[in-house]
Design a protein around this ligand. Structure first.
Ligand code: ZN
Length: 202
């Protein structure tokens, strides 16, 4: 765990260059994406997980953290179909149980993480139909999920909406983030997000 702002951490994984987030308050914590490594549950016991979107690399380890609330956008579907995309990368079978969200929202919801305000936003479809942006306003940190990637180009699969991507990023930048944490790669700044190349728009 690397602390990037007061009480806000990232966990970097060599596997797919994945980046998870961990936000702490007084006696409470929230994990941004469960990722693929159940062993993280030996280190942290969040009361809530927020899933940025339903791609397998962001959601498969949720079971290890139960019991906890699992937050996501209302269109976030966790089902067997996401194991098909996992099979493209990994030949071994997935041994765990897929865990669906327990709490959903449509546009915006504010959570209280041990006295700390954390806002979840959905600004429309882009990388997926249901991307969630996690904003920690007291330290100006935003977790962007796969709306932003560092070290590799942003990825648009069949569930992406490239034509709306820049609009979504612009709304995210209106939050005036000092640090933007990508779903893959190292944290970046707002300038990086302004200048990043988007799928299908080069
Ligand atoms: Zn993704």
């Amino acid at each position: 765990m690397i602390e990037i702002a007061d009480g806000v951490f990232i966990r970097r994984h060599t596997e797919l260059d994945l980046t998870l987030g961990f936000i702490t308050g007084s006696g409470d914590s929230l994990l941004v994406d469960s990722g693929m490594d159940p062993a993280l549950a030996d280190e942290v016991r969040p009361s809530r997980i927020v899933l940025t979107h339903n791609h397998f690399d962001h959601v498969l380890a949720t079971e290890a953290f139960l019991p906890c609330e699992v937050w996501a956008h209302e269109d976030c579907v966790i089902d067997e179909s996401l194991l098909e995309s996992r099979a493209v990368y990994y030949s071994d079978p997935f041994e765990g149980t897929l865990i669906a969200p327990t709490h959903t929202f449509r546009d915006t919801v504010t959570l209280d993480v041990g006295g700390r305000r954390v806002d979840l936003h959905h600004f429309g479809p882009a990388h997926s139909s249901h991307d969630v942006i996690v904003h920690v306003p007291d330290v100006d940190v935003v977790f962007a999920g796969d709306l932003v990637e560092e070290g590799a180009p942003a990825q648009a699969g069949s569930d992406a909406t490239p034509s709306n991507w820049r609009h979504v990023l612009n709304l995210m930048l209106e939050l005036n983030p000092r640090i933007v944490v990508p779903g893959h790669g190292n944290p970046v700044d707002a300038q990086f997000v302004r200048e990043m190349a988007l799928p299908g728009q080069n």
